[in-house]
Design a protein around this ligand. Structure first.
Ligand code: ZN
Length: 236
């Protein structure tokens, strides 16, 4: 693998015994990979990259936007903040004295989320407060939904936890029967959380993602494919 720089783009080039040149942009950072025929000159490869610059930049922007969605929230006044797929306007309630996490009370009305902040609070502190609140929203939503689906599917989990995971929406340990749900699900429609819960519970019937697993999914949640696609496509 060789690496070259063109127009500020870093391109990884691999030469193989093939006829055509292939260009791919990979998440999460929009890294560029070119697979080129063995005999092709570097000049020809450069020319190819330059002819694709617009397309490359478009792809990179798209990928970065998708993958950095969790980090883009700044928690400033007027910002749009998601909860269960609905966008609320963030309003900051100024406090002069320090706010203890245990005393933190974030309120919500039809349009706004009211976040108490001290004057010197930075993004990290606000994010911490909001994540704690998202956790509480999940804790309110999950138990009934989980119980309902355990009954419908005829399985029982041993326990469940919420974790702020980067790459997975949920996990299920089929041995300990413990389910883990991604904190970020609180930002998406409830249908997405429901899909993840059903998915993890179905693993108690079938541990791998084979056809048996898919058939169970279709039996219990006929529109699971749409929910899955939505979950992975739509960014909040
Ligand atoms: Zn799975």
């Amino acid at each position: 693998m060789k690496q070259i720089k063109v127009n500020g783009l870093v391109v990884n080039i691999e030469k193989k015994q093939i006829k055509n040149m292939y260009l791919k942009v990979f998440p999460p950072n929009g890294e560029l990979f070119i697979t080129a025929p063995k005999r092709m000159s570097e000049a020809r490869i450069l020319e190819f990259i330059l002819s694709k610059v617009d397309w490359i930049e478009k792809q990179q922007t798209k990928i970065k936007k998708q993958y950095s969605a969790q980090k883009t929230l700044e928690y400033v006044k007027g910002e749009k903040i998601p909860l269960w797929g609905k966008m609320y306007t963030l309003d900051l309630i100024p406090f002069t004295s320090p706010i203890r996490m245990s005393d933190l009370r974030i309120e919500k009305d039809k349009e706004r989320i009211l976040l108490p902040v001290t004057e010197d609070s930075d993004r990290e502190q606000r994010k911490k407060s909001m994540d704690l609140w998202y956790r509480k929203q999940m804790e309110t939503m999950v138990p009934d939904m989980l119980k309902e689906w355990e009954n419908r599917i005829g399985v029982e989990s041993s326990s469940w936890v919420i974790r702020d995971m980067k790459t997975r929406w949920g996990t299920c340990n089929v041995v300990s029967r413990k389910i883990c749900l991604n904190l970020q699900l609180a930002k998406r429609p409830r249908e997405c959380l429901e899909y993840v819960i059903v998915h993890e519970l179905v693993h108690l019937l079938e541990s791998s993602h084979n056809q048996v697993f898919k058939d169970y999914m279709t039996q219990f949640l006929p529109d699971w494919k749409e929910r899955k696609a939505f979950l992975n496509r739509v960014v909040y």
